[in-house]
Write a protein that binds this ligand. Structure first.
Ligand code: F6P
Length: 307
């Protein structure tokens, strides 16, 4: 998100706009926490994870009153356009806000879950997957040398994009994702097959459920059936931080430029997106309230490759 903020500010300044940064997302509009941004405010942030403006899951912005307060503040500041960065919650907020009030609103898909429709990638996903793959590579050293089975939990409670992409890249033995019903018998059979073949260690990747900790439950199931040491690892917020990948940084810069281009063109209710490596704009109504599910043919490939 920092790389995108840098791009928004620099593109906007280049085209003669004044830019104001809002602290902590929608909450900052309600609590009136903003700061002027200039070229220097966004120096030396392209390599930093997260967002220097801060973020929040605003409950007040979900209310009509909260949104009205946010709009009167924007009006008082004489703001003509709002660019929002976030996942489905942020975009739903942007969708409703832009319907209720006469202000230009442009969204930028930013979610490690990568589950927003109409865009091949959301900001943060590539970095999160790279981190998860690196962690699993490290875990595999113990799995192999100690002959253990590891159940590694990644984020993505409603979609298995992180789990599947990581599973393929790290060559795991089994992936459990929300899009496909878990068959415990198959899971245990697959692991047992590996043990019988003399495989030293195995790795199972699971996408978290509503609350983190599903990996612990699953490791107990495996423990009951397979005579091997089983360990659970929850990667958690490790996946949401760290220096962004080249793919994320460059996508962020391109998204930021497109967002400013749309503002200049007086467009509204659009989300920038990438489709077949082209940066495009898609209407909010094609994205809000929808979810892009993981591709099950990849799950099949994980299964085939771990034969
Ligand atoms: O929505 C993105 C996400 O990273 C999910 O994958 C995860 O379940 C959730 O955020 C964690 O949210 P929080 O940091 O609020 O616990």
């Amino acid at each position: 998100m920092n790389a995108c903020l840098r791009s928004v500010v620099r593109n906007a300044v280049f085209h003669g706009f004044e830019v104001i940064g809002v602290r902590n997302g929608y909450d900052g509009l309600i609590k009136q926490r903003v700061m002027p941004l200039n070229l220097r405010s966004v120096g030396n942030i392209i390599q930093r994870g997260g967002t220097f403006l801060g973020s929040s899951r605003s409950t007040e912005f979900r209310t009509t009153r909260g949104r009205a307060q946010a709009y009167s503040y924007l009006k008082a500041l004489d703001v003509g356009a709002l660019i929002t960065l976030g996942g489905d919650g942020t975009l739903s907020g942007a969708g409703i806000f832009s319907q209720e009030f006469p202000i230009q609103v442009i969204g930028v898909p930013s979610s490690i879950d990568n589950d927003l429709c109409e865009t091949d990638l959301s900001l943060g996903f590539d970095t999160a997957v790279n981190t998860a793959v690196e962690c699993i590579d490290r875990i595999r050293d113990t799995a192999d040398s100690h002959g253990r089975i590891f159940v590694v939990e990644v984020m993505g409670k409603s979609s298995g994009h992180i789990a599947l992409e990581t599973a393929l890249a790290a060559g795991v033995e089994y992936a459990v994702i929300p899009e496909s019903k878990l068959r415990e018998k198959d899971l245990v059979r697959k692991i047992q097959q590996g043990v019988n073949r003399g495989k030293s260690g195995s790795i199972v990747i699971v996408a978290e459920k509503k609350d983190p900790g599903y990996a612990l439950d699953l490791s107990k199931v495996i423990c009951r059936h397979v005579k091997r040491d089983v360990r659970a690892v929850v990667l958690g917020h490790l996946q949401r931080g760290g220096s962004p990948s080249r793919i994320d940084r460059n996508l962020a810069s391109r998204f930021g430029a497109k967002a400013v281009e749309l503002v200049r063109a007086k467009k509204t209710r659009l989300m920038v997106a990438v489709q077949d490596d082209e940066i495009v704009a898609v209407p909010f109504q094609k994205v809000v309230g929808k979810r892009r599910y993981a591709d099950l043919s990849r799950l099949k490939l994980v299964d085939t490759l771990s034969i």
